[in-house]
Ligand binder design. Structure first.
Ligand code: TRP
Length: 454
C-alpha cells in the first residue's frame, strides 16, 4: 500500500532535479522584477544587507520547516496539516495555502503574459530607436488591450498546465532541468555584458555600498516581506515540493542551496539591471515600471540591444514559468490528494478555472478598470494586495508556529537528523521558528496592513 501510494504520487528522481525545481520555484518575477525596483526605492546597499540577513535568519529556517512538513507527511499542505496537527484547526493553514496558490497564479500568469508579449516585441525589434515616450506608450497600449492580454495569459497558463500534467519526474523535474540551467547561462551572458558597460562601477557601488542612514524600520520590514515572496514561502509551495523528497536527502543542505541560488539570482539580476540603467543615465528608483518601461529604453540604446532584450525577456519568461509551475502544483496536488482525481484531469480542470479567474485581472486595466475592490485598487492589484500582504505572512506565521509549538519534537528532530545534521543546528532552528520568526513575521504583517506605520 505504502509503495503504491508513493509511486502514484511520484518523487524527484535525482537530488539535483529537486534542487532545480525548488530553485525554479523561488527564482521568479520576485527576483528579476521586484528585487531590483524595491532595492532602487530603498536606496541600494543598506537594503541589500538587510535582505541578506532576512534570508539567512528567517527565510532559511522557514524553508527547512516547509520541507520538513512535506517530507514527513508526503502530502500536500491540507493533508499534511491534517495528519500532523494536534488540533483540527491547523487544516485551515493548508487551505489558506491552496487558496493563495490559486489567487497568486491567476494574476502572476497575467504578468507572465506581458513578458511573453515583450519577448515577441524584441523578436520583431520593436524597441530599437524608440523614444522614452514611445516605449512607455507600448506598455500602456498593452494594458489597454483586452484581447492581447487574455491571449498571452492563456498561452502562459497553458504551458504551465502542460508541464504539471506530465507529473513530478517527467513534467516538473524534467522541464526545470532544462529551463534552470538555460536561465543561469543567459544570466551569466547578461552579467558579462553589463559589467563591461560604462555604468558598471556605479551599479556595483549602488548595490553593495551600504549607506546605514538609509536603514529605516520600513526598509527592514519590506526586506523581510520580499525575502518571503522571493523564496516562495508561506503558502506551502515548499511543503508540496518537499513531499516528493527522498528519505535520504538532507533537507537542511537542500534549503541552504535553494536560498543561496535564489539570492544569487536576485543579486546578479541587480548587477545586470543597475549598471545598464546608470549607463543610460536613468534613475534607479523608477518603481514597478523599472522593468517594463525603463529597461526597454535601456535596451533600445545599447549596441546589440534587440538581442540583449530578447535574451533578457526569455530569461524572465523561464523564471516566471518555473515559479508558476510550483504555484500550480500546490493546487493540483491538493485535488489529487484530497479528491482522488488523476493528475491529467486535475491539471486541465484547475488550469481552465485559474485561467478564467485570471481574466478579470487581465481586464482590470481596460474593460473593467473602473471596478475597485479594496480601496482604490482594481481587481489585479486587489488580488496581489490580499495574497502578498495578508495570506503569505499569515501562512508563514502559521508554518513557523506549527513547527515550533505543535509538531512533536521527535518528528522535527528526526527530519533534521536524516542526512547527518548535528543537534546544535536543530536547537538553533527550533529557537528561530519558536520565537524569532513569529515575532518578525507579525511585525511585517502589522506594518504591511497599515495598522502601525514606522
Ligand atoms: N518566488 C517566486 C518569485 O520570486 C514567486 C512564487 C512562486 C511564490 N511560488 C510561490 C511566492 C509561493 C510565494 C509563495 O517570483
Amino acid at each position: 500500500m505504502e509503495e503504491k501510494n508513493c509511486r502514484s504520487r511520484g518523487t524527484w528522481t535525482t537530488r539535483i532535479g529537486f534542487i532545480f525545481a525548488a530553485a525554479g520555484s523561488a527564482v521568479g518575477l520576485g527576483n528579476m522584477w521586484k528585487f531590483p525596483y524595491v532595492t532602487g526605492i530603498y536606496g541600494g546597499g543598506a537594503f541589500v544587507l538587510i535582505y541578506l540577513l532576512s534570508v539567512i535568519m528567517i527565510g532559511f529556517p522557514i524553508m527547512v520547516a516547509e520541507f520538513m512538513i512535506g517530507r514527513n507527511t508526503q502530502l500536500s499542505p491540507v493533508g499534511a496539516f491534517t495528519k500532523l496537527g494536534k488540533n483540527r484547526l491547523w487544516k485551515f493553514a493548508g487551505w489558506l495555502g491552496v487558496l493563495s496558490g490559486f489567487i497568486i497564479l491567476s494574476y502572476y500568469s497575467v504578468v507572465g503574459g506581458w513578458i511573453l508579449d515583450y519577448v515577441i516585441r524584441s523578436v520583431f525589434n520593436q524597441f530599437q530607436n524608440c523614444s522614452v515616450r514611445q516605449i512607455e506608450k507600448m506598455f500602456e497600449v498593452l494594458l489597454e488591450s483586452p484581447l492581447r492580454q487574455v491571449g498571452c495569459h492563456a498561452f502562459f497558463i497553458f504551458f504551465v498546465v502542460y508541464v504539471v500534467s506530465g507529473g513530478i519526474a517527467r513534467g516538473i523535474e524534467r522541464w526545470n532541468k532544462i529551463l534552470m540551467p538555460t536561465l543561469f547561462g543567459i544570466l551569466l551572458l547578461l552579467l558579462i555584458n553589463s559589467l563591461l558597460s560604462p555604468g558598471a562601477r556605479e551599479g556595483i557601488k549602488f548595490l553593495f555600498n551600504p549607506d546605514f542612514s538609509k536603514i529605516t524600520p520600513s526598509a527592514i520590514l519590506v526586506a523581510m516581506g520580499q525575502a518571503f515572496f522571493s523564496l516562495s514561502l508561506g503558502m506551502g509551495a515548499m511543503i508540496t515540493y518537499g513531499s516528493y523528497i527522498n528519505q535520504d536527502t538532507n533537507i537542511v543542505n537542500s534549503a541552504a542551496e535553494v536560498c543561496f541560488l535564489d539570492t544569487l539570482v536576485a543579486l546578479v539580476g541587480g548587477l545586470v539591471i543597475f549598471p545598464i540603467v546608470f549607463s543610460c543615465g536613468l534613475p534607479p528608483s523608477a518603481g514597478p515600471g523599472l522593468f517594463f518601461k525603463t529597461l526597454p529604453v535601456v535596451f533600445s540604446r545599447l549596441p546589440w540591444g534587440s538581442l540583449i532584450a530578447f535574451f533578457f525577456f526569455i530569461l524572465v519568461t523561464f523564471a516566471a514559468l518555473t515559479s508558476a509551475i510550483s504555484l500550480f502544483e500546490v493546487v493540483v496536488s491538493y485535488v489529487i490528494d484530497e479528491k482522488g482525481w488523476n493528475r491529467k484531469k486535475s491539471s486541465y480542470f484547475m488550469g481552465i478555472i485559474i485561467f478564467l479567474v485570471g481574466v478579470p485581472s487581465a481586464l482590470s486595466f481596460n474593460l473593467i478598470k473602473n471596478i475597485e475592490i479594496i480601496g482604490k485598487r482594481n481587481v489585479f492589484d486587489s488580488l496581489d494586495f490580499i495574497a502578498t500582504n495578508y495570506f503569505l505572512p499569515i501562512g508563514g506565521l502559521l508554518i513557523a508556529l506549527f513547527c515550533g509549538w505543535s509538531l512533536s519534537e521527535k518528528v522535527s528532530k528526526d527530519e533534521i537528523r536524516k542526512g547527518g545534521n548535528n543537534l546544535f543546528f536543530y536547537y538553533l532552528w527550533r529557537y528561530i521558528v519558536r520565537y524569532i520568526a513569529p515575532v518578525a513575521v507579525t511585525l511585517v504583517f502589522i506594518q504591511k496592513t497599515g495598522l502601525i506605520s514606522f
